[in-house]
Design a protein around this ligand. Structure first.
Ligand SMILES: NC(=O)c1ccc[n+]([C@@H]2O[C@H](COP(=O)([O-])OP(=O)(O)OC[C@H]3O[C@@H](n4cnc5c(N)ncnc54)[C@H](OP(=O)(O)O)[C@@H]3O)[C@@H](O)[C@H]2O)c1
Length: 308
């Protein structure tokens, strides 16, 4: 007997909930904001460009005039920006039900964030680590809160090197290797965060998700736009629309049956597309020693400590 698919219709009423989505102006983040807003949540879109955020909000309000959406500036490559964002968020909000750490970049050439971290680990992992740590107080005081980190099938190729996490001076760097490491870091962080919540009896869970291969702007980082447009027809048979790709992260964020430490992805062949189900991540992602070391290193690099 085929089980019933989890779809956009499965989202429960989110009235009264405050949801924060990083990278809410594009791709999967945009679809997530749309879905949360349509189901009654108050949604904050954290965007590195306020102009892009406001433009996306305009489109979302046209689709659903009653949606409650606010746009705030957040640059995950800049610890100061993250700190300012958190201060402002705390000034305006007394709860945080869902933190969806969705923003990301993929396969960019070697480069550094404002704080000198390799760009992909800096944006995809360290930025979200610093954001989560500084929002911990709100997550702790909001009953039944959730943190959802967005990983990727690319985590499978990720290899951790705690002695050279950031590919210092470009040593051993390749765009794919660094993306894989950043997405493996998302999972190591999720599982360690869940253990932190359990150990400290915090009423919050940490969950991970991946979108298979979805049609978004992400691939524009990996190759010039003209090349992507050329390759697009070839990709079309294996990719799914962002409105489908977003379902695992939405399910991880709102399904009442979800448990801390789980990982959701599409149910299709090789998890490339389909409806969201529980999936497995690699053995490397469950390496508690690496997770612990990454946590300590992330605290040291970002200067953000998670205090129970
Ligand atoms: N699409 C896929 O097939 C796929 C597969 C596996 C995993 N993922 C993951 O899904 C997540 C969402 O990506 P997407 O596919 O929706 O790509 P996307 O359309 O390119 O959206 C990425 C979002 O992240 C934002 N962002 C990038 N750098 C940022 C920074 N420094 N500070 C704040 N925001 C920043 C982007 O802002 P701008 O608009 O200003 O650039 C954009 O809003 C990523 O974590 C990605 O790794 C996607």
């Amino acid at each position: 007997m085929k089980s019933i698919n989890w779809t956009i219709e499965s989202i429960p009423d989110l009235t009264g909930k405050t949801v924060l989505v990083t990278g809410g102006n594009s791709g999967l983040g945009f679809e997530a904001v749309k879905a949360f807003g349509q189901n009654g949540a108050f949604v904050v879109m954290a965007c590195r460009s306020l102009a892009k955020g406001e433009e996306a909000k305009k489109q979302l309000i046209e689709l659903n005039p009653t949606a409650s959406i606010s746009v705030m500036e957040l640059d995950l490559t800049d610890l100061k920006s993250i700190h300012c964002f958190v201060n402002q968020f705390k000034e305006n909000h007394s709860r945080l039900d869902i933190l969806l750490n969705n923003a990301g970049i993929m396969m960019v050439p070697y480069g550094l964030t404002k704080d000198g971290f390799e760009n992909q680990i800096g944006t995809n992992h360290l930025g979200h680590f610093a954001l989560t740590g500084q929002l911990l107080e709100l997550l702790k005081t909001t009953p039944n809160s959730r943190v959802v980190n967005v990983s990727s099938m690319a985590h499978k190729s990720g290899v951790m090197d705690m002695d050279n996490l950031l590919y210092e001076n470009g040593k051993d760097y390749s765009p794919m290797k660094a993306y894989g490491r950043s997405k493996l870091s998302n999972l190591l962080f999720t599982y360690e965060l869940q253990r932190f919540f359990e150990k400290n009896k915090i009423d919050s869970i940490a969950v991970a998700a991946h979108p298979g291969v979805s049609d978004t702007n992400l691939f524009n980082h990996a190759a010039p736009k003209w090349l992507m447009n050329l390759l697009r027809p070839l990709f079309l048979f294996m990719i799914q629309p962002a409105s489908m790709g977003v379902l695992p992260e939405i399910r991880a964020a709102v399904d009442a049956d979800v448990k801390g430490g789980q990982y959701y992805g599409p149910d299709g062949k090789r998890e490339m597309k389909g409806y969201p189900v529980l999936v497995e991540s690699t053995e490397a992602s469950h390496n508690e020693n690496d997770a612990h070391k990454l946590w300590e290193l992330s605290e040291k690099l970002t200067g953000v400590s998670f205090t129970a």
